[in-house]
Ligand binder design. Structure first.
Ligand code: BGC
Length: 835
């Protein structure tokens, strides 16, 4: 197919076929035209691993650290390698187009998808995205950068109108996309539009964004596709420049409707051809990978090469925030013969990803407890290890699967329970009670009206009161030993929660059970079209049911404190989960969930030297920070999350991660605080270009941990800065000296500050960066070249043009935005416009 003659195909295609090509064939595939040998190509989420083409019963996949973690490596070469690995995963899953990277901006750390995207800074975002895209596309897999543009919150995400000045749009929100398209070695071959409106027009039908800026200004030649169900019209979207409606079958671009549009001369066939050409080009580009149509989706396996790359990325993303008493690394001499306590709700859970479409069924995962205990067993056999959970942080009662002795059996029917129905048309064995049926396909399912029964046994592993919970997109009732126990069918209340923000509240009930009691659980499910509140016949729905034995939170904390007191060292694993940070809804607070802060404070009171390890995809508040001597931030770390944490705390890896987003002291300190959410369908980007550190610095507002911050087990000096300019570029050379005892890596962060701008500009802005590895006692030369225009320009709203003013510009090189280690300046001789 790589010799496809696209113009000839356009001549040969019928009008019906052309229209069909402009929408997906199903959830994950493009439309095929077998008579002309045009295959269907497969797409898959996404930004931190390839799920394959199924949410429901998805094949086990390799999971990378989350987006903010990838950015926290500040390592372009490593992420190129990461992109290569993502492409290799695509081959395993028979996927041609990866739906990522996600390049939206962390305006507010509350954004549900903050973990999935990279940063509050557009240059860091654009550079990370470009490395990943190059790594992916150099192996002939296509990257689809998303969501173009201003999809920076989840509330009202389909309809909210982002009101943003052109300057902020250009300098902050469009910038990562522009960098990936204009400056990267390999521009992405697909772009996914955002759900929301930008200045009054939905991104998926904005001619300004899709044609004027993307294609005419930036010279983009690839395909544009809608987000899933994010195409809201037929002719408007096509005219604006949106090539593909996803998923299929078409909701708007139906053959009958578009033929009518053509017949009444709303637009001409050439307008359709323009998008058909882009779809065919995508298919042609995809064919270079040689992936056969409808290839099988294979499981990603745990193999040493993949694990090694995941560990490299994961450990480089980990940020050492405090090491005041130099407890870390935990070397042999410190812990020989000692007792270590691992405490915390995230110790025995692998927090490998945030929630929503970026989440996947991880092929394996290593918890911090597993990694630390196996390391101790191997290298420090005389160390005694003990564990206490300390508190629970589940947002929903957790997956019931751990209490079953067999599988969960799902039986699918066309008729409701209680009716005279013939046997199930499908029977499936499931290993989770988190059941996302949304992309389930079966030949018997001609409409989306269907029913299912899920059955499993339940064995109480201790005596106590057990809570059961049930939430659903559709209807559901949970029966215990045939008696209705939880009803989520009648009197349903829609909540903005689980499953992309569309489910009912979790309904709960509890029961006392003696250890070993065995129950039969049955859940009767009806698709959303059968629900009086959802009434959505286009969707297949989802459900989640869970259970847990109730405990007394104070007793849990007391037990943990007692263990801490009795131990020489305490490793406290706290943080968030994918249920708190997810696509579909924003967080409502930056605080750690439930009893976390109380647990941390109580432990720190008896052990100030506790090693606190936080795992969250975006900033959290830390009211106890002053009493913690040792603090590590470890994000959501992919399959290898436990091992990467262990490698850092035992010193097998010297930490070099730098925060990709500022941790504010309080939520109300954040620049978007007064303007986050949807107010009558609008969100005002009132902070303008002063996003993240651009705001905190301008207002001299103290933060918890600044952008770009991160410690090492060694120390570095920057020396001998030389600044030279030529016609186009600012050329910097610098020596980075490792002045400590450990080999390590440091990030040279280049910030530029204009001395006398004619408008208010941020104090300084990141323009480029480079990570270097330097042996203890050695020095390494770093060379960085930046386009002068890129380093100096800003967007002039009144003239609607870029401008670079004649002025003096300070060059500030730091290893954090708040720690500048070398400084100089350069001058520009002329003011330039239209750049
Ligand atoms: C998300 C996209 C994703 C798509 C397909 C949407 O809900 O916004 O990022 O690629 O679903 O899963």
């Amino acid at each position: 197919m790589s010799n496809m003659d696209i113009e000839k195909l356009i001549e040969q295609l019928t009008i019906e076929e052309k229209i069909q090509l402009l929408a997906g064939n199903d959830w994950w595939h493009t439309f095929p035209v077998p008579r002309l040998n045009i295959p269907s190509i497969r797409m898959s989420d996404g930004p931190n691993g390839l799920r394959g083409s199924r949410f429901f019963q998805s094949t086990p996949s390799t999971c990378f650290p989350c987006g903010t973690a990838l950015a926290a490596t500040w390592n372009k070469d490593l992420l190129y390698k990461g992109g290569n690995l993502m492409a290799e995963e695509a081959y395993i899953k028979g996927v041609n187009v990866i739906l990522g990277p996600t390049c939206n901006i962390i305006r507010s750390p509350l954004g549900g998808r903050s973990f999935e995207t990279y940063s509050e800074d557009p240059v860091l975002s654009g550079a990370i995205a470009s490395s990943l895209i190059s790594g992916i596309q150099d192996k002939d897999i296509i990257a689809c950068i998303k969501h173009f543009v201003c999809n920076d919150q989840e509330e009202d995400r389909l309809g909210v109108n982002a009101i943003v000045t052109e300057r902020a749009l250009r300098e902050i929100y469009l910038k990562p996309f522009e960098m990936a398209i204009r400056q990267s070695r390999s521009p992405p071959k697909a772009v996914m539009t955002a759900y929301n409106k930008v200045n009054g027009v939905h991104a998926s039908q904005s001619e300004e964004l899709l044609t004027n800026i993307l294609r005419k200004e930036w010279g983009y030649e690839g395909l544009t596709m809608s987000d899933w169900y994010g195409c809201y019209s037929a002719e408007k979207s096509i005219q604006a420049g949106l090539d593909l409606e996803m998923p299929g079958k078409a909701r708007f671009r139906t053959v009958d409707y578009l033929k009518f549009v053509l017949r009444v001369n709303e637009f001409k066939i050439e307008t359709i051809d323009r998008s058909v050409r882009n779809v065919l080009n995508l298919v042609k580009e995809a064919s270079k990978a040689g992936i056969a149509e409808d290839s099988p989706e294979n499981e990603s396996t745990r193999n040493p090469k993949t694990s090694k790359t995941l560990q490299e990325i994961g450990q480089e993303s980990i940020v050492l925030l405090k090491n005041d008493s130099k407890i870390l690394p935990l070397t042999k001499d410190k812990i020989k013969g000692k007792k270590i306590a691992i405490i915390g709700p995230n110790a025995k859970v692998a927090q490998y990803s945030g929630g929503g479409s970026a989440n996947l069924n991880a092929s394996y995962s290593v918890t911090p407890y597993e990694a630390i205990s196996s390391k101790l067993k191997k290298d420090y056999p005389d160390v005694q290890l003990e564990y206490a959970e300390g508190c629970q942080i589940d947002k929903y009662l957790p997956n019931i699967f751990k209490y079953t002795t067999g599988d969960i059996i799902g039986k699918f029917y066309l008729d409701p329970p209680g009716s005279k129905r013939s046997g199930p048309f499908d029977v499936l064995h499931l290993d989770s009670s988190e059941i996302l049926i949304l992309d389930y396909l079966h030949e018997k399912l001609v409409t989306n009206i269907f029913y299912a029964t899920f059955e499993n046994d339940f064995v109480a592993d201790e005596s106590g009161t057990y809570e059961f919970g049930l939430t659903v997109f559709g209807t559901a009732q949970l029966f215990i030993d045939d008696k209705l126990f939880i009803d989520n069918k009648e009197e349903q209340k829609i909540a903005d929660k689980f499953f992309f923000g569309v489910t009912t509240d979790e309904k709960k009930n509890e029961i006392y059970l003696e250890k070993g009691t065995k129950l039969q659980i049955r859940v009767e499910f009806g698709a959303p079209g059968t629900s009086a509140v959802f009434k959505d016949p286009t969707q297949k729905g989802a459900l989640f049911y869970g259970a847990r034995m109730k405990t007394d939170p104070q007793v849990d904390i007391d037990n943990a404190v007692k263990l801490a007191e009795e131990s020489d060292y305490v490793i406290l694993c706290i943080g968030s989960t994918r249920w708190w940070e997810s696509e579909g809804y924003d967080r409502t607070t930056l605080d750690l969930p439930l009893e976390s802060n109380k647990l941390i404070e109580s432990i720190l009171k008896v052990k100030q030297d506790t090693i606190v390890i936080n795992q969250s995809g975006s900033p959290v508040t830390m009211p106890w920070v002053d009493s913690a001597n040792t603090l590590v931030h470890a994000w959501y770390g992919g399959n290898e999350c436990g091992n990467t944490i262990a490698n850092v705390i035992f010193g097998d890896h010297n930490p070099s991660g730098k925060l990709s987003v500022t941790f504010p002291k309080l939520l109300s300190d954040n620049p978007s605080y007064l303007n986050f959410g949807s107010f009558n369908g609008e969100v005002l980007y009132g902070e303008d270009v002063f996003v993240g550190y651009r705001y905190y610095e301008k207002l001299s507002r103290e933060v918890l941990f600044p952008f770009g911050y991160g410690l090492s087990y060694t120390t570095f000096k920057f020396k001998d800065l030389e600044i030279k300019t030529d016609e186009d570029n600012l050329n910097l050379t610098l020596l980075v000296e490792n002045t400590g005892d450990y080999d390590g890596q440091e990030v040279v962060q280049v910030y530029i500050e204009q001395s006398n701008p004619n408008i208010i500009r941020p104090v300084k802005e990141l323009r480029d960066f480079q990570k270097v590895e330097v042996k203890a006692g050695a020095a390494k030369k770093v060379e960085i070249s930046i386009s002068i225009i890129e380093a100096t320009r800003y967007w002039d709203n009144s003239k609607r043009k870029w401008i670079s003013e004649k002025d003096e510009y300070k060059v500030k090189l730091g290893n954090s935005s708040d720690n500048i280690l070398a400084e100089g300046s350069f001058k520009t001789e002329k003011t330039k416009w239209d750049l």
